[in-house]
Design a protein around this ligand. Structure first.
Ligand code: SAM
Ligand code: DTB
Ligand code: SF4
Length: 331
């Protein structure tokens, strides 16, 4: 029997199947194809759905840093570990707006505001809603990541004009419990459903390089691709080293070719999703990033810092994209 497919137009006349019934064996078979065959499939799908010579640029700001009650074993902001990070209060709205304007001037089209909360308190949400409305007035797309949300909170964010909510599944169902114990994968899936229900676009991905197996990375992609709707945006983060967190004991930098294979597999499984090469780009050569773009990655975080860790400098990114003939907010 043929698998269930949803077919969606993409505005370019080409129609690609969007499936939500991926088996892990199928993901493995794609991932294990001879490299040239995998890349050809990924590129064909990429070109049918996106301009292959354009990359989206987003900028991040930590609006409330550190002191987080969750125990995510990779994170500099968890209060469970001594990472040397100083916790801060929620930033002032005017400082956030000024930073968003600078990000826009530097070439970002989306501004992502992140807070180290398990979930927002209602009075915090008032302030974040204000920030969202103000950033939108600058003409930028907005994204926030605030932890778990109730349906009511998601509706409030939607009303404030929020475009995207970032909430990652982080890893495979099997590996998840080795990394986080204070909230379950199901908690995260519930929040994603509330975000969807409120009409906000979903940004959801995960991290590699924490000591998981290739099988876990594929399990993460299968989980993402089998959500009731594919996330509009999938960030793939390479773990950015942070001293003092448990992931240091297991972390292993993935083989660069394995990263390219993973991006290509994500592109094939989620043909209309924007795949963001997120944290960890400072460990990647220009050539590796170029291969990831060929495999279907079409979004980047720009700016010298992510939340608490480093990102490649703007000039390096601008030079790389220029050499590749890729247009973006960087010029
Ligand atoms: N506290 C909120 C939450 O976890 O939902 C939002 C902020 S949290 C920093 C957003 C995501 O950043 C995490 O889910 C994780 O995937 C990613 N992240 C955090 N620390 C990271 C690191 N050191 N390297 C790579 N990605 C990281
Ligand atoms: C995501 O997947 N990556 C971003 C964003 N969502 C919020 C965060 C990366 C954080 C890297 C570690 C840090 O700078 O603290
Ligand atoms: Fe808190 Fe988010 Fe860091 Fe987890 S990833 S410790 S929830 S800030």
């Amino acid at each position: 029997m043929m698998p269930a497919v949803k077919t969606e137009g993409n505005g370019s006349g080409s129609r690609a199947p969007v499936r939500s019934d991926w088996e892990r064996s199928e993901a493995k078979a794609l991932y294990g194809l001879p490299f040239a065959d995998l890349m050809f499939q990924a590129q064909s799908i990429h070109r049918a759905n996106f301009d292959p010579n354009y990359i989206e640029t987003a900028s991040l700001l930590s609006i409330k840093t550190g002191g987080c009650p969750e125990d995510c074993g990779y994170c500099s902001q968890s209060a469970h570990y001594d990472t040397g990070l100083k916790a801060t209060r929620l930033m002032d709205r005017d400082d956030v707006i000024a930073t968003a304007q600078s990000a826009k001037d530097a070439g970002a089209s989306r501004f992502c505001m992140a807070a180290a909360w398990r979930s927002p308190k209602d009075r915090d949400l008032d302030q974040v809603c204000d920030m969202i409305a103000a950033v939108k007035r600058l003409g930028m797309e907005t994204c926030v990541t605030l932890g778990m949300l109730t349906p009511k909170q998601a509706a409030r964010l939607s009303k404030a004009g929020l475009d995207f909510y970032n909430h990652n599944i982080d890893t495979s169902p099997e590996f998840y419990g080795r990394i986080i114990t204070t909230r379950t994968l199901q908690d995260r899936i519930d929040t994603l459903a509330h975000v969807r229900e409120a009409g906000i676009k979903v940004c959801c991905g995960g991290i590699i390089g924490m000591g998981e197996r290739a099988e876990d990375r594929l399990g993460m992609l299968v989980l993402l691709a089998n959500l009731p709707n594919h996330p509009e945006s999938v960030p793939i983060n390479l773990w950015n080293k942070v001293n003092g967190v448990p992931v240091n004991d297991t972390a292993e930098r993935p083989d660069p070719i394995a990263l390219v294979r993973l991006v290509a597999t994500a592109r094939i499984m989620m043909p209309k999703t924007v795949v963001r090469l997120s944290a960890g780009r400072q460990y990647m050569t220009d050539e590796l990033q170029a291969l990831c773009f060929l495999a279907g990655a079409n979004s980047l975080f720009i700016g010298d810092v992510l939340l608490t860790t480093n990102n490649p400098e703007r000039d390096r990114d601008a030079h790389l994209l220029h050499r590749l003939g890729i247009t973006s907010g960087l010029g």
